[in-house]
Design a protein around this ligand. Structure first.
Ligand code: 13P
Length: 261
């Protein structure tokens, strides 16, 4: 089973639509040379909602090999939900990926496993690819309960889905203590949890589904550490925060295959 690696840039609440346009243009120039094989690594950017239309126009107009993603989606179909954005609206903008259950949404907006499950199901219903984010806070890691914690989050998010739906989605392991802190998990830490998440999918669904699902690592990913993280057998890519808002850094992360090992 070959899983195409995915490097996704979660811009969070950084870069307005003009800055975002510039970043995507720079990113494209930096990736455009003979050494970089676009087919070998999939690249996605997840701008804030206000930039989606502008970035979509650029990607589609110039036929850039970059996928568009959103940072969140409503669990509701449509209607009286002030401030929310529906899966249908995202699909209409050419959005392919959507992050659900990011730890910042769980922490700052009280999102629980039930809501993450509902958002995942709604995204799939509309043909979006959910990037289901899980990860343990520092105290859970210190207690040695990180595997149980993250497996529990994944199992809850995927409950009730069909195996074929799960095979096409993306999981992202983002230890909360490694997000924006500069404290990256070791490649072995990343592998331990990504392997456990894949095994959990095998248990909840089947081995074929587990072999197909892509599992990303996120948390202080930088050009200097990406290659060793990507060398892990169960890590299929990265969800990059801070470094994805710098075109040079993000391009260097995307080009991890060219780094000396
Ligand atoms: P940083 O790369 O800034 O640590 O953020 C990771 C993240 O939360 C991506 O979703």
């Amino acid at each position: 089973m070959t899983r195409t690696p995915l490097i996704a840039g979660n811009w969070k609440m950084v870069l307005d639509h003009q800055q975002g346009t510039l970043l995507v243009q720079k990113l494209d120039w930096t990736l455009k040379d003979a050494k970089h094989d676009h087919a070998a690594v999939e690249v996605a950017v997840l701008p804030p909602f206000t930039s989606l239309r502008t970035v979509q126009t650029l990607i589609e107009g110039d036929k850039l090999p970059i996928a568009l993603g959103a940072q969140d989606v409503s669990a509701h179909e449509s209607g009286a939900h002030t401030g929310e954005v529906s899966a249908a609206m995202l699909t209409k903008l050419g959005v392919r990926y959507v992050a659900v259950g990011h730890s910042e949404r769980r922490q700052d907006h009280g999102e629980d496993d039930a809501l993450v499950r509902a958002k995942t199901a709604k995204a799939l219903e509309h043909g979006l690819v959910p990037i289901v984010c899980v990860g343990e806070p520092l105290e859970v890691r210190r207690a040695g309960e990180h595997v149980g914690h993250t497996v529990g989050q994944v199992t809850a998010a995927l409950e009730g889905l069909q195996a074929a739906q799960v095979a096409g989605l993306v999981l992202a392991y983002e230890p909360v203590w490694a997000i924006g802190t500069g404290e990256v998990a070791t490649p072995e830490d990343a592998q331990e949890v990504c392997e456990a998440l894949r095994a959990a999918v095998a248990g909840q669904f089947d081995a074929e589904t587990a072999a197909a699902v892509r599992v990303l690592y996120g948390g202080s990913v930088k050009p200097a550490n990406i290659a060793s993280i990507m060398a892990q057998p169960d890590v299929d890519g990265a969800l990059v925060g801070g470094a994805s808002t710098d075109a040079g850094d993000f391009a260097a992360i995307v080009r991890y295959r060219e780094h000396p090992s």
